[in-house]
Ligand binder design. Sequence first.
Ligand SMILES: [Zn+2]
Length: 75
Amino acid sequence: MLERQYWPCPFCEEGQIEVVIRPRTVCAKRTALRGGKKISFHKVREEIVILSEKCNVCGKTAEQIEKKWKKEGVL
Ligand SMILES: [Zn+2]
């Protein structure tokens, strides 16, 4: 199931960048420990796809925005 969101542009913070978040499968790992069971979730990073071609306020392209988000650790 795809989740559509609007994120503020990382450059001007005024533009609305349309993104789609594709969650990857979350693996539940069952670890049997002495004295009890522990379930730890190994969360796989979700995939974010930028739908907007560019920021409609400052005109930065999706490519530039993606690069910036990656640099900032958002993606
Ligand atoms: Zn912008």
